[in-house]
Write a protein that binds this ligand. Structure first.
Ligand code: ASP
Length: 331
């Protein structure tokens, strides 16, 4: 089932916001096998795994790993591919704006030492993942927001630019007209990119980048840049990252939960399933929203699970790109 169809069926419109859209068609995936439903769990290193159908991003990250670069470099370079893709209306350039027409970006990155950097409500800078890395590496802080984050980015050499593409502006104008701030259905190519990588030294890094929920209230920040929610890495154990309705991920500190469950002995798959179960048991409205998680452990085993059908995962492992729809809760 296509994501578009899923969103329609799941009546996301009742949320008052629009979940980022997703993708499903693999373009130019020469080496990508698309598998209908699968939970790949066998371990093998190095590896890259990302939320949604983003074969170009995972291929770039894989290329970095093949050059002998670190998992952190792989994450940054991989995420940048989608941030620069103007057609993707939920990340970086071309991201759908908030209800006032501002494109505001959230991103974070974590390295093998457990260091973390994030930007929230960043405007006019195409590569929030790289700014997040600069926050981690060049400042004594971990999160920078809004104007200050933008000024910091410019001081680091990032060029400010208008991120609202004609297509996204048109979609926003249409949304304003027809829905009068009521929700509509989002039909873009993909949403938040959460990516985890393990390099040939066995070191894990992760990143998460998004324009957040389309037509969100001005000032809204989701799970994606928040450590433990949108992303968590513990190089002794593994890593996890999230996509979907950020409010639900935040309330259950989903990615941290998954890593802690793996620490207690659960497989990445079992841990993702347990984190989804926390959400659905606490919120009876789960039929109206989607959340998806991916995880890896130190052995290179992977897991992925979502509330509903339609979540996709991309991997690059054993020299092979793959895209598959994982098992889901609401059958
Ligand atoms: N998790 C993101 C947020 O809530 C949105 C998404 O993944 O579509 O901002």
């Amino acid at each position: 089932m296509k994501r578009r169809k899923f969103i329609q069926n799941a009546s996301l419109s009742s949320l008052g916001v629009v979940a980022g859209a997703t993708a499903l068609a693999c373009k130019d995936e020469t080496k990508t096998n698309t598998v209908k439903t699968e939970n790949k769990t066998e371990g093998s290193l190095p590896l890259v795994i990302a939320t949604w159908n983003v074969p170009n991003a995972t291929a770039k990250a894989w290329e970095e790993l093949q050059k002998g670069n670190s998992s952190l470099d792989a994450i940054e370079q991989g995420c940048k591919i989608e941030e620069a893709n103007a057609e993707g209306q939920s990340v970086g350039l071309g991201g759908l704006p908030d209800r006032d027409g501002n494109v505001t970006l959230d991103a974070c990155i974590m390295n093998k030492e457990g260091n973390y950097g994030a930007v929230v409500y960043l405007q006019n800078i195409k590569h929030p993942i790289s700014v997040a890395r600069k926050v981690m590496e060049e400042t004594p802080h971990v999160i920078m927001a809004g104007k200050g984050a933008e000024q910091f980015a410019i001081s680091q050499g990032f060029e400010p630019e208008n991120l609202l593409t004609e297509a996204s502006k048109k979609a926003w104008e249409q949304w304003k007209e027809t829905s009068q701030y009521k929700p509509i259905i989002n039909i873009e190519n993909h949403d938040t990119i959460g990516m985890l990588a393990i390099d040939s030294n066995g070191d894990i890094a992760g990143g998460c980048t998004t324009s957040g929920l389309a037509y969100k209230m001005a000032g809204r920040v989701g799970d994606s840049p928040i450590i433990g929610s949108g992303l968590f890495i513990d190089n002794e154990i593994g890593g996890a990252t999230a996509t979907g309705l950020g409010e639900e991920v935040l309330k259950t500190v989903g990615s941290f939960l998954i890593v802690e469950l793996m620490r207690q002995g659960k497989s990445p798959q079992e841990a993702c399933e347990e984190a989804i179960s926390r959400i659905v048991t606490k919120n009876p409205n789960f039929k109206d929203f989607q959340v998806g998680y991916i995880a890896v452990n130190k052995k290179g085993e992977t897991g992925a699970y979502s509330i509903h059908e339609g979540f996709y995962v991309s991997t690059y492992q054993e020299d092979m790109a793959k895209s598959y729809m994982p098992e889901f809760h609401n059958k």
